[in-house]
Write a protein that binds this ligand. Sequence first.
Ligand code: UD1
Length: 438
Amino acid sequence: MKIDQERARVTDSEVTATGMDEIRVLGGYRLQGKVAAGGSKNATLPLLAATLLAPGTYRFTNVPELKDVSTMLEMLSRFGIKSHRTGTHDLTVDSTGSHNAEAPYELVKTMRASIYVLGPLLARYGEARVSLPGGCAWGPRPVDLHIRSMEQLGAEVDIDHGYIVARAPNGLRGGNISFDVSSVGATGNLLMAAATAAGRTTVENAACEPEIQALCEFLVSMGARITGICRPQLVIEGVPELHPADAPMIPDRIEVGTLLVAAAITGGDVEVTGVDPTHLGATLSKLEAAGSSIEVAPDSVRIRAPERPEPISVTTRPFPGFPTDMQAQFMALLSVGNGASTIVDTIYHDRFTHVAELMRLGADIRLEGNTAHVRGLPALSGAPVMATDLRASAALILAGLVAGGETRVSRVYHLDRGYERLEQKLQALGASIRRVKA
Ligand code: UD1
């Protein structure tokens, strides 16, 4: 108890000193009702980067209002690309006057997905200078596959003072790429670079995530020739040039999953709308295995959860497997499960910074390599905790929904990178939650 009070004082002073908001949750309210999910962050970022590929005007709808989206727009502004929102979720991007420039460390270090400009810059200008992102909260997260695939398309790549410097003065040419590891980002970069490369590019072990499918479809609407969409073997026939296009952003399957877990952890009854259930297979089947009843409609999912979830085993895998981006939220859920669960992260072996914070709420979790053994408890107890990354911050809020008393989650700037007004959505479902502005 003494430790909690001390931590609370530290958190308060941090909030005031560094201008960081805090989320306060009073646990114990069962969630009920209907809530709409927004557009996908991870689909929006590569589609915005793709506007570098062809000058002109693009209109996007269902674009989430998130820090990561504004970081990408700021990055694009460095290349002369203008953008403005015409409604809350409608965005016009004008790349008519775009030019080549450096993707600076100050932006790339705040958002790794900035590396999505590498392929388009190289394809359009024959040269790209993009900062290396560096590590992240849960491990090294290399970009070797991005670099190697640019080399396979004929680029010369050097690392210069922390920057990737890629050159293809005579243009890129098609190549045969086989990824050792399925990578969303490297597949996206390769697709954008290969779309206008001379000749055919074949890709083995391409990522099949819905966000990559959305990028493929967008590139096709810009004039690209891609076959094998949704499959690990892709073929791209290079075209001389692309043209601008418009697109709606696909629903955010991770936001949907997070809202469903919010319902599940409180024993609630919630319908999430604005959903593509075909993107949610693994998440829904794990929620069912944990005892929830799931009702799927063409663009919504309703969950009715038991008082306590049943214990389950979860292993993260590339799509259509269980997403690593839902691992932390399920850890929160299983912390109050009716028995012992295991969670294995095969994508990011160190993505467990949320464990220590969940344990501050009383969770019983033992880490063994990339496996978390979670012994479910009937109750958690509210405490000040610190968000360490985007999905970890969501997990702490979810745990706060069932922890006795108040949970104060600091450093919620992580949350704002990828969740649009999560606290308001949860509040509308009956949670006692508020944001305390610094
Ligand atoms: C994307 C998502 C992120 C999600 C991750 C895995 C975006 C903006 N982010 O990240 O939310 O958690 O997919 O689903 O869409 N790897 C390498 N070398 C590389 C690139 C990746 O070894 O050059 C490894 C990674 O360390 C990891 C695996 O490949 O083990 C998958 O990572 P990847 O799919 O590339 O993740 P991101 O695209 O960065």
